[in-house]
Ligand binder design. Structure first.
Ligand code: ADP
Length: 627
């Protein structure tokens, strides 16, 4: 029989799995049980809509048996089975394609990250087995097939026989070795396996049956005992969301989170919901702490598992989550949903909309609570998902601002850490009218911005916006509790000028010179004026319109950009020595004046992080004055 090769990516994954020293090898059991349960779900769901199928409840089960002598572990299910083609498609390639590409850089030595982050489904069997054999007969077919693999070498598929529809996964368990700490023998021990099933898969909805060895007194004798085996259903079968919260431990929720592949991190928070009202539903929801590797890509699909009275309708129902909470994982079960609900109808389903709304406000409440009570944890979360919340504020024309605004964090010039808008407001002196912000690449760069000098000098707190979405978010919000946001670079800072006020006389005096400078810089800035915000620096750029310089940078870096430009003003510090020099040049020589104007403008650009139009000319000019 010809051996077929695995797809290259799968092969690499297998190498990692087989050679892994991943300490938690027992998870293979959870993976295999989870697959068996999914396969039964599929058949059960079919039977509800297909009259030709009349199954009784007892027809669905998962059975685990061991053959110690031959070191065989077997898990059988009465699920939907696989055709020969499905075996090729599902078992020959890794489903989570792209995950390896993405993780190219990580150390592959023990594969811990891969196994930890992606879950590896049935391939995890190779962590404990030398040979994996799958015998399956698909629903609607009279033939069965056998798929077999010893690992990286590839696999074979051949006709086989199986009396009923379903699947057997048979593992030839590895021998214990001197070099390895792992005790493989325990995977052949029924009692040990039973405890693992309890631990990982107690809530699986179908019975997991095992033959458990027992002893009893021999008939007619008090002292002598005989051994026998008894079939036992090992799991409680009540799905976690149906159980009483008080009976469940944190570990139960964590195991469920892992079993469902929601994530391999420790979730930030779990919620167990039992809602009664116009629409009743139960839900177990998780807020992860770390984003899955594909979270900020197009491939990521949001959604919750949706059940109608215990029957799985959909693996990922996107309608249950708004985009800004797309990181939430979990399951929802409602008796009030129709089983025949179709994908197209979902969006308009009244019941579903009510559930979604309810879930949305619960997530918000939960996040608020973490923010209030466990600030460190929230900041970790915000590092992962803050961006998503910000997108939420600014998409849909800001209509979700109310829900999200209190969940935002920005770096504060006062506190030197992330603060909420509410905290900012609470510290605001009475006479302060605006919430000030400054934009830039990094905190340290913004810290040095000349534009911020005046506001800082007034003792006002400034929010430092370092992410590209930040300013768009504030522009969309416009206000927070009736206080307007104001950039430290905007034309009017909204500050009463006292002694610092640039003397109007002086301004008049320089008018002519400013006009001349503007003429020189005609295509670059709209105005040249005396600055009211500069203290130590001679020059800066300000912006007068709605589009800021930071926004211009971001918009022009996008593909197909429309050449949106900020309305720039060149502001000069009339109290600075350099200004004196400029004035003298203006009176003395046109050439020198042009040179100075050009230098000052380019300096302002550099401070702002804008590219110089002609860096060579700029450096030549600097050299000129040095000579
Ligand atoms: P996942 O379960 O995450 O999709 P796996 O690698 O564990 O990934 O399984 C790959 C696919 O093989 C499954 O999606 C399913 O289609 C099929 N499969 C695995 N085990 C079974 C089974 N016991 N019965 C039917 N199909 C199965």
């Amino acid at each position: 029989m010809a051996t077929k090769s695995f797809q290259a990516e799968t092969k690499r994954l297998l190498e990692i799995v087989i050679n892994s020293i991943y300490s938690n090898k027992e998870v293979f059991l959870r993976e295999l049980i989870s697959n068996a349960s999914d396969a039964i779900d599929k058949l059960y769901y079919k039977s509800l809509t297909d009259d030709s199928l009349s199954f009784k409840k007892d027809d669905y089960y998962i059975k685990i048996t061991v053959d110690k002598e031959n070191r065989l572990f077997r898990i059988s299910d009465t699920g939907i089975g696989m055709t020969k083609e499905e075996m090729e498609d599902n078992l020959g390639i890794i489903a989570r394609s792209g995950s390896l590409d993405f993780k190219e850089e990580i150390e592959l030595e023990d594969g811990h990250d891969i196994i930890g982050q992606f879950g590896i489904g049935f391939y995890s069997a190779f962590m404990v087995a030398d040979v994996v054999t799958i015998i399956s007969r698909a629903f609607g077919s009279s033939e069965a097939y056998k798929w077999e693999s010893t690992g990286v070498e590839g696999y074979t598929i051949a006709p086989a026989s199986r009396d009923t529809v379903g699947t057997d996964v048979i593992l030839k368990i590895r021998e214990n070795t001197e070099e390895e700490v792992e005790d493989y023998d325990q995977y052949l021990d029924e009692l040990w396996l039973r405890s693992l099933v309890k631990k990982y898969s107690d809530f699986i909805r179908y019975p997991i049956i095992m033959e458990i060895p027992k002893t009893r007194p021999k008939e007619g004798s008090e002292e002598e005992y005989e051994e026998y085996v008894e079939e036992e259903t090992v799991n409680s079968m009540v799905p976690i969301w149906e159980r009483n919260k008080n009976e469940l431990t944190e570990e139960d929720y964590l195991n469920f989170y892992r079993e469902r592949h929601y994530g391999f991190d420790e979730p930030l928070k779990y919620m167990h919901v039992n809602a009664e009202g116009t629409v009743s539903f139960k839900a177990v929801l998780f807020i992860p702490e770390k984003p899955p590797f594909d979270f900020y890509t197009k491939e990521y699909e949001k959604g919750l598992e949706l059940y109608s009275n215990g029957v799985l309708i959909m693996h990922k129902c996107p309608e249950l989550l708004p985009d800004y909470f797309s990181f939430v994982k979990g399951v929802v079960d409602s008796e009030d949903l129709s089983l025949n609900i179709s994908r197209e109808m979902l969006q308009h389903d009244r019941q579903l909309n009510i559930i979604a709304k309810n879930i949305k406000s619960r997530i918000k409440k939960e996040l608020q609570e973490v923010l209030d009570k466990k600030r460190d944890k929230y900041e970790e979360f915000f590092k992962s998902f803050g961006r998503q919340l910000k997108f939420g504020v600014y998409s849909d024309f800001g209509q979700n601002k109310e829900i999200l605004e209190d969940l935002l964090l920005f770096y504060s010039s006062h506190e030197k850490k992330l603060v909420t808008l509410d905290e900012y407001l609470s510290r605001m002196p009475e006479e302060q009218e605006y919430i000030y912000y400054a934009t830039g690449e990094s905190v340290s760069r913004i810290d040095k911005l000349p534009q911020a000098e005046y506001v800082k000098d007034k003792g006002y707190e400034i929010l430092y916006l370092t992410e590209d979405v930040d300013e768009f978010v504030l522009k969309m919000m416009r206000t927070y509790r009736d206080k307007e946001f104001k950039s430290v670079s905007s034309k009017d800072l909204g500050l009463e000028k006292e002694e610092d006020k640039a003397d109007e006389e002086a301004v008049k005096e320089h008018q002519e010179m400013f006009a001349k400078m503007q003429e020189i810089l005609s295509d670059k800035v709209r105005t040249v004026r005396a600055s009211e915000r500069l203290k130590e620096h001679p020059v800066c750029l300000a912006n007068d319109g709605e589009i800021s310089i930071e926004m211009e940078k971001i918009l022009s870096s996008m593909p197909h950009n429309q050449k949106v430009e900020a309305e720039k003003a060149l502001e000069l510090n009339v109290n600075h020595e350099v200004f004196q020099a400029l004035k003298e040049a203006y009176q003395q020589s046109e050439e020198k004046f042009r040179l100075y104007t050009d230098l000052l403008y380019n300096q302002a650009c550099l401070i702002e992080g804008l590219p110089l139009e002609d860096p060579v000319e700029y450096t030549n000019n600097v050299c000129k004055i040095m000579k």
